[in-house]
Design a protein around this ligand. Structure first.
Ligand code: ATP
Length: 196
């Protein structure tokens, strides 16, 4: 089975595009979502986070204390690195197990920071979703009820579209949804054709 990495900048439409592939029967692994789940369910992650940041990392119900960890990260740049070094390998392992159970010709791994974390080498094919920055920011402001500064702050460590496109096998320009679906269907056809 081929592993197809699907990435794109904040608000580009990764989730929207993933859903289109999923509706064509392609299994989709959403790395951010799984990371959030694993931070609550994985005994290993819990143990390591508690060791690094103390018992307050989880509340009395075993739920992740996000505001506590966010405050630590806010005051200490190394803390984010530590959290990532605990969570990312666990997600990588979880993805491998998930991928082994899939029986389709290819599966999609949706990751916002595919290139930034050097994960594109682990994919057979990479798809980047693009849209102009102005549109992307406006979408996220609308979706998350956030300010422009908040959205830009979240995007500050992400690569530019130009950098991502240069290393991608396919690019989906996601502006008009109907046109996006046409591009998704064409890439799906090409991947199945190349696989067959
Ligand atoms: P993030 O980087 O925050 O994870 P994302 O890349 O997964 O975001 P989506 O959540 O798919 O992006 O899209 C961001 C918002 O823009 C959503 O509210 C979505 O419904 C909307 N959206 C996505 N594509 C389009 C489009 N072509 N036209 C209009 N709205 C869109």
């Amino acid at each position: 089975m081929k592993v197809v990495g699907l990435t794109g900048g904040i608000g580009s439409g990764k989730t929207t595009v993933s859903k289109m592939f999923n509706e064509l029967g392609v299994p989709v692994y959403t790395s951010d979502e799984r990371a959030k789940q694993l931070m609550v369910t994985s005994h290993e992650i819990k143990q390591q986070l508690t060791l690094a940041f103390g018992e307050d990392s989880y509340d009395e119900h075993g739920q992740l204390n996000r505001s506590y960890l966010a405050a630590i990260v806010f005051n200490n740049a190394n803390a984010l690195h530590t959290i990532n070094s605990i969570v990312h390998p666990a997600v990588g392992k979880d993805f491998k197990e998930w991928a082994r159970a899939q029986e389709s010709p290819y599966a999609i791994k949706e990751t916002a920071i595919l290139f930034e974390n050097d994960l594109h080498h682990q994919c057979d094919i990479v798809i980047t979703v693009t849209a102009p920055v102005k549109i992307r920011v406006a979408r996220v402001m609308d979706r998350d009820d956030a300010t422009e500064d908040q959205v830009l702050a979240r995007a500050k460590n992400q690569w530019s579209d130009e950098q991502r496109v240069a290393l991608s096998d396919h690019v989906i320009n996601n502006i008009d949804l109907a046109d996006t679906l046409v591009q998704v269907k064409e890439i799906h056809r090409q991947i199945l054709h190349d696989e067959g």
